[in-house]
Design a protein around this ligand. Sequence first.
Ligand code: HEC
Length: 171
Amino acid sequence: MRFPVLSAAAFASLAACADASEPPDHLRIADANPERGRELIAGYGCGACHRIEGVRGTRGTVGPPLTDYAQRKLLAGIVPNTPRMLVAWIMDPPAMSPQTGMPAVGVSEPEARHIASYLYTLGAARSAVYPPDPPLNRRGQPGAEASGPILAPESLPLAQSANTARGGKPP
Ligand code: HEC
């Protein structure tokens, strides 16, 4: 196994935030190892296009910086940032967004799970968990409280959930 060499300062800052970087429950990925994910990010050269905290030499500016990724609500501006979506994205971005500038670089599903688990350690300590909005057809009824100031990913009006929330059948 190969570990990236860290400067003393970088190592100290990593160690300092080690226990603060546990992702919240809704971003946990079973059987995934963030440390392995960090190695894979280096190995696949994601840093040619992205800045990624904690991974040496990731200075790319082609894609967005993946800073505080645990705090992002939307993935690539199109779908909720959830483990399922992120793993699928890392494996094959054009399958989710045909016009995207990010290519599929040949990441397998187990590898994508490790990588996603690392990205979800970034900014995890400050990632707010908002209660999900009640389904649209229950709004205003007793027990259907308003949600926090930011939409929870579950409440985004994606085609299927909006349809079922209005009482329609899933397609
Ligand atoms: C050739 C350049 C390139 C490479 C290599 C690349 N990406 Fe990307 N990536 C992009 C671009 C461009 C976007 C923005 C895509 C969009 O919004 O459609 C993106 C978007 C993303 C996003 C979503 C960001 C957001 O704003 O939600 C994630 C996560 C991501 N990349 C992770 C990775 C990982 C992990 C790797 C390595 C396995 C990788 N990328 C390799 C170019 C690249």
